[in-house]
Design a protein around this ligand. Structure first.
Ligand SMILES: [Fe+2]
Length: 228
C-alpha cells in the first residue's frame, strides 16, 4: 500500500497555508494535508477547509473553527487509511486537551479504516511520546510534527504502533526552524518585535516512511532525509 501525508501548516512562506498551496500539495501527490497551530494565519483558508475532505486541521482546534480533523482516503492498493490531526496541550494555546477527545476520535477512525495515522502536532517530546504509548496497538502510527527538528527515536512500539517524536522539516535548514537565523536571534536577544522571514539555505526534505500490513499493524518506520 502507499499513501502520502504532508503536514503543510507553514507552506505559505513559513506561516499558514493558502487554498492554492494546499491544492498544489495535493496535485504533487499528497493524499492528505494536515495542519497545526498556524492553520488560520492566511485569509480565506477557513472557507477552503470547510469544503475540503483531504486538507484537515487539528480535531481539537475548537468547535467553532471551520474544517474537519479526520480524513479517510484509499491507498494505492485500495486499503482505507484514516488520518487524524491533533494539537498538543503542553506549551501551546490549544482550545481542548487532546486527551479529552482522542479515544472517541480513534474509535471513529478505526470504524472507517483499518490503517489509522495520527499526526500529533505538539511542542513537548514528553506529550508526544505519552500519546504514542497511549495509542499503542490501536493505531498504525503516531507521527509528531511542529518542532521542525527530526528526532532520532523512530520505532515500532510493543503493540504494533510506529512512532516518532518529530518527523522533521522540509525546508531551509540553514535557519532557526525555517526562519532567517539573524531575525530569530534578534527577537530572542532584544525581546523586540521582529518580522520573521523564511531562510533559503540548506533545503532538505524530511519525513518518515512507515511500513504496515493491510490490517493496520506497523512493521517498521524509517527516517527520511534528502539530501542526507
Ligand atoms: Fe506548528
Amino acid at each position: 500500500m502507499d499513501v502520502c501525508v504532508v503536514n503543510g501548516e507553514n507552506a505559505a512562506d513559513g506561516a499558514g497555508i493558502t487554498g492554492k498551496l494546499a491544492d498544489k500539495l495535493l496535485a504533487a501527490g499528497a493524499d492528505v494535508v494536515t495542519l497545526g497551530n498556524h492553520t488560520y494565519r492566511r485569509g480565506g483558508i477557513g472557507d477552503y477547509l470547510a469544503a475540503s475532505e483531504r486538507v484537515i486541521r487539528p480535531a481539537n482546534q475548537g468547535v467553532f473553527t471551520p474544517g474537519r480533523g479526520l480524513a479517510v482516503v484509499e491507498a494505492r492498493n485500495g486499503v482505507r487509511v484514516a488520518v487524524l490531526s491533533l494539537l498538543g496541550h503542553l506549551f501551546l494555546d490549544t482550545p481542548q486537551s487532546p486527551w479529552e477527545v482522542v479515544d472517541a476520535l480513534v474509535e471513529e477512525a478505526r470504524a472507517l479504516a483499518p490503517v489509522v495515522l495520527v499526526d500529533f502536532h505538539a511542542e513537548a517530546t514528553s506529550e508526544k511520546t505519552a500519546l504514542a504509548h497511549w495509542l499503542d496497538g490501536r493505531v498504525t502510527a503516531v507521527i509528531g510534527t511542529h518542532t521542525h527538528v527530526q528526532t532520532n527515536d523512530a520505532r515500532v512500539l510493543r503493540g504494533g504502533t510506529a512512532a516518532v517524536t518529530d518527523a522533521g522539516m522540509t525546508g531551509p535548514h540553514d535557519s532557526v526552524i525555517g526562519v532567517k537565523a539573524e531575525l530569530a536571534i534578534a527577537r530572542m536577544r532584544m525581546r523586540l518585535p521582529v518580522r520573521f522571514e523564511p531562510a533559503e539555505g540548506g533545503v532538505r526534505l524530511e519525513g518518515v516512511v512507515v511500513d504496515c500490513s493491510d490490517d493496520g499493524r506497523a512493521h517498521g518506520i524509517e527516517l527520511l532525509r534528502v539530501p542526507a
